[in-house]
Design a protein around this ligand. Structure first.
Ligand code: ATP
Ligand code: MG
Length: 413
């Protein structure tokens, strides 16, 4: 788990502000849920035989009442719990977004941490493929706004419905049983519990077996096919390029029909920056009325790594003014001046305490401020201040106390 120090914080604030504007532009509403939920919520929604539930959750017993609690490993379960609990689907659809820390007990490495941040959306109440296309339009727009559109690629797949997956599962188990002795440990363990995930392996020795396995797409009925075709037709129509990846199954159990991942080849093994899909049965599983749903989560650290790698994080500017003050009564005079400047919309960092003129000017420069405003005993006596540009050769000026804000505006122009 990492600290975000002041030197790194500006890039977080930048990414968060781009996201906030984007989600607002598409009419999504913000929701905040607790970081801690009861353990069965995650087990029920994510699924018993998944990496997350099997080995990645931070789970502990609440000593007050013996209840099992878990730090959220992902955002969907908590948001849907809140939606059901507060009846947000009564006569309404919802386009929701969240952001915040998630927790998974993984081996830390570049792009993989035990506390990481996801921004995600959950959209409820839309059965057709139009919303599946909309959320991809929105993410494609995000890559444009961040300048990384050329470095990410979209992969899509369809998982059909429960019955179709059931029929495929039977065929897949029969097939994998024939090759059981060649499967690795994970593969053997998952053969009966989650055979679809056997195909999700990254083990190169298993690629041949996986490639020849029965394909889910061949088990889809007319309705599921129509949904998939409709989705692809919309993506084609709005110019979003994608690769169909029949092996894309996603690590969580609740998905059906459309699933997708935005991946980059710029970050090594941790290449998925945004992933999601449809989960039409989940609201009902969590005690709500049957409601179609779809969502995605994006890993903020991985997006930041990509932005850093490509030098795409804009430089942040400092305050407008560093206020240098020296001599008897200067501190109070400067404080009043700072108050007046801020009221006029000028951002100000005031030097506090002692310090030679030289060291204060050094601090002014280091603060990134565009101007130094200097007050000493002379200025106090005359009711003035000196305004000096720190980033240009412009001549410094002495102006009346009441006119400092105007002088800065004039400097800027
Ligand atoms: P991976 O295959 O990389 O483990 P996942 O399938 O477990 O990913 P999801 O549960 O789909 O990931 O989470 C959505 C996104 O959150 C991922 O695509 C990734 O960008 C990010 N993410 C997941 N786990 C971590 C982690 N431990 N550290 C940083 N980012 C993560
Ligand atoms: Mg994972």
């Amino acid at each position: 788990m990492n600290d975000v120090l002041p030197s790194d914080a500006p890039q977080w604030l930048y990414l968060e502000s781009v996201l906030r504007t984007l989600l607002n532009d598409y009419g999504y509403q913000h929701i905040r849920t607790p970081m801690l939920e009861t353990t069965p919520l995650f087990v029920r929604s994510i699924g018993e035989v998944t990496d997350i539930v099997e080995k990645e959750m931070y789970t502990f017993t609440d000593s007050l009442n013996g209840e099992s609690l878990t730090l959220r490993p992902e955002g969907t379960a908590g948001v849907l719990r809140a939606v059901v609990e507060h009846n947000l689907l009564y006569n309404a659809t919802q386009r929701l977004w969240y952001t915040g820390p998630m927790f998974r007990h993984e081996r830390p490495q570049k792009g993989r941490y035990r506390q990481f941040s996801q921004t995600g959306v959950e959209v409820l109440g839309f059965p057709g493929p139009d919303i599946d296309a909309e959320i991809l339009l929105m993410t494609a727009d995000l890559w444009q706004r961040l300048g990384i559109a050329d470095y990410v690629e979209l992969q899509i797949n369809t998982l059909g419905n429960r019955e179709e997956r059931g029929a495929h599962r039977t065929a897949l188990i029969a097939y994998l049983e024939q090759h059981a002795e060649r499967l690795d440990e994970d593969g053997k363990r998952r053969l009966y519990t989650n055979p679809l995930r056997v195909l999700d392996t990254k083990n190169p020795d298993l690629q041949e077996i996986c490639n020849a396995a029965p394909r889910l797409i061949d088990y889809l009925g007319a309705e599921s096919r129509a949904h998939y075709q409709g989705w692809k037709a919309m993506l084609d129509a709005v110019g979003i390029r994608y690769t169909e990846n029949p092996r894309l199954v996603r690590g969580l159990d609740y998905y059906n029909l459309s699933v997708f991942e935005w991946v980059t080849s710029e970050l090594g093994a941790q290449g998925t920056v945004c992933a999601g899909g449809r989960y039409d049965g989940l609201v009902e599983d969590l005690g709500g009325k049957p409601t179609p749903g779809i969502g995605f989560g994006m890993g903020m650290e991985r997006i930041l790594l990509l932005l850093q790698e490509k030098g795409l994080i804009p430089a942040t500017s400092g305050v407008d003014v560093y206020l240098v003050q020296q001599g008897e009564g200067a501190s109070l005079y400067a404080m009043k001046l700072a108050k007046q400047l801020r009221a006029a919309g000028v951002s100000v960092m005031q030097h506090l305490g002692e310090g030679s003129f030289k060291s204060q000017m050094k601090k002014a420069d280091g603060s990134g401020a565009a101007y130094a405003v200097i007050v000493g005993e002379n200025e106090i006596a005359n009711g003035t201040a000196i305004v000096k540009s720190l980033r240009s050769e412009a001549e410094q000026r002495t102006v009346a106390f009441a006119e400092v804000a105007d002088a800065i505006a004039a400097f800027k122009a």
